[in-house]
Design a protein around this ligand. Structure first.
Ligand code: SAM
Ligand code: SF4
Length: 474
């Protein structure tokens, strides 16, 4: 039987089933162990993170007052590392051709009802211009796996097209990529194409369940999928985004698996994940979430976000428009640092007449607001919407980024860049109301830049942006 080894290259050892099951028992047995829970909370207050066992004890805690402390600590840590900044992005679906058999996704190879579509380079240009005209600067590319329709060359050509679109003041400055697990060689090509984060959701960490849910196609290979992040690292990508699809297996198993994966990346490569995503399964073309019997209550979902924030305080956390406005509002407080806005999950869904038509969508959206509405909503809650992409372009990725975040916080870097990118948005794309609200927020938030020199530089950059310059960052 495989034994737990955080540094192993073998999926069955770094995501070890026996260790996960023991951790579940340990958490359940200690759900009222006040002393242990308080000790873990005290350790967590030092903001250096927790291991999966400690974090799972917090998730299992059934003491009301201590649960309140857990949520308060998550809010505090969110504030300490991210203050009130929220980074915005949009998904861009390139192709829904797929040869895999993921039973939760309507793009699966046996779905005969969904219209299949793949964007040409001209169509990508149109889509990206529509996204730029909303104000987006950061995209997450999404594609099914299909060696004929979507080979790596197609993805690379699309990235090249996107980075080279010049249209008014618009620019996509960071392209994150969410495509199926691939080879070291292909990861190296993606790295050379200057992608931002490589995102790959594990879907479920439970091997047996994974194999039941993925009956055919390359993705059916659990080990190949689970070890993909290590291959990506070997290919030069040090900005990695983890995620599980909550609802496929028990939330306990997934929560522990997700943290074990993060610990593995840190132990093996010295760089933890850049982001952790927390999608929940949604209804779609031939998908009924009720067919999966592990649906997660809103309350437990909030606690999961809080406990991930505590366990990995310096890791970005992403929630998409799968979640409603109300849910996103609560999750932002507890730890989320990135959200999508004005999203479409259809191939070719932006800017066209059927904008909003979800017929070939990957899943139904719960938040249908425009980006401008999302921006103004964030501002109304005193969050700073940020379109910043500076770190990645200044080479502050992977280990360098993590050490900056761990040692100094990011107030003197992220705060100014959030404000200057919001200023660009306000001038170029915002409605009158959002512009006024943004200007007021920028004025107020300048004061919270810790260094006087950085503050002065930011005021100067804001002035230059008002005079017409763009893309100024620290
Ligand atoms: N094809 C690539 C893959 O599977 O890794 C990446 C793109 S896929 C479009 C992105 C993610 O969408 C999947 O990893 C999966 O977690 C998520 N997804 C699939 N079906 C979903 C559903 N019904 N509800 C919510 N998310 C879903
Ligand atoms: Fe294809 Fe990805 Fe959907 Fe699976 S989740 S069917 S690999 S697009």
């Amino acid at each position: 039987m495989a034994k737990y080894d955080v540094k192993s290259s073998d999926a069955s050892e770094f995501i070890n089933d026996a260790e996960i099951l023991e951790t579940i028992d340990y958490g359940r047995a200690n759900s009222h162990n006040r002393k242990l829970i308080i000790d873990i909370l005290n350790k967590a207050k030092k903001a250096r993170g927790l291991n999966h066992r400690e974090a799972f004890v917090l998730l299992s805690c059934e003491e009301d007052d201590l649960n309140e402390e857990i949520f308060n600590l998550a809010r505090e840590l969110k504030h300490k590392f991210y203050a009130n900044r929220i980074v915005l992005f949009a998904p861009l679906y390139l192709s829904n051709y797929c040869v895999n058999g993921c039973s939760y996704c309507p793009f699966h190879g046996q779905n005969k009802t969904i219209p299949r579509r793949k964007l040409s380079q001209d169509e990508i240009r149109e889509q990206v211009i529509a996204l730029q005209d909303q104000g987006h600067k950061r995209l997450a590319l999404e594609a099914g796996e299909d060696p004929i329709h979507n080979p790596i060359e197609y993805i690379l050509e699309s990235i090249h097209t996107i980075y080279n679109i010049k249209h008014k003041n618009g620019a996509i400055r960071r392209v994150n990529v969410n495509i199926a697990a691939t080879t070291v060689e292909n990861y190296r090509k993606l790295h050379e194409a200057e992608i931002g984060t490589y995102i790959l959701f594990q879907e479920t960490y439970n091997k047996k369940n994974y194999e039941d849910l993925h009956k055919f196609g390359p993705k059916a290979n659990y080990a190949y999928h689970t070890e993909a992040m290590d291959r990506a690292f070997e290919g030069g990508i040090d900005d990695l985004g983890l995620g599980v699809l909550y609802g496929l297996d028990s939330y306990e198993y997934e929560f522990i698996g997700q943290l074990m994966h993060a610990e593995h990346l840190e132990a093996k490569n010295n760089v933890g994940p850049h982001t952790i995503s927390v999608p929940r399964i949604q209804p779609a073309d031939d998908i009924d979430p009720n067919d999966f019997d592990n649906s997660l209550s809103d309350e437990m979902f909030e606690k999961i976000v809080a406990c991930i924030r505590i366990a990995a305080p310096y890791t970005g956390m992403i929630v998409s428009t799968r979640e409603s406005q109300e849910m996103r509002e609560r999750l932002l407080e507890l730890g989320i640092s990135q959200i999508s806005g004005g999203s479409r999950t259809t191939v070719g869904g932006y800017g066209s007449e059927d904008d909003g038509n979800e017929d070939n969508a990957q899943f139904e959206l719960s938040d249908h607001r425009s980006l401008d509405e999302v921006i103004d909503w964030l501002i109304s809650m005193d969050h700073i919407p940020s379109f910043c992409t500076a770190c990645y372009r200044k080479g502050r990725t992977g280990e360098v980024f993590m050490s900056i975040v761990k040692e100094h916080g990011i107030g003197n870097i992220c705060q100014p860049n959030a404000l200057t990118t919001l200023e660009e948005y306000a001038i170029d794309y915002a409605s009158d109301k959002t512009r006024l609200d943004a200007e007021r927020l920028i004025e107020r938030e300048l004061m919270s830049i810790p260094s006087e020199e950085v503050r002065r530089k930011t005021v100067e950059n804001l002035r230059k942006i008002k005079e017409g310059q763009r893309d100024l960052y620290i």
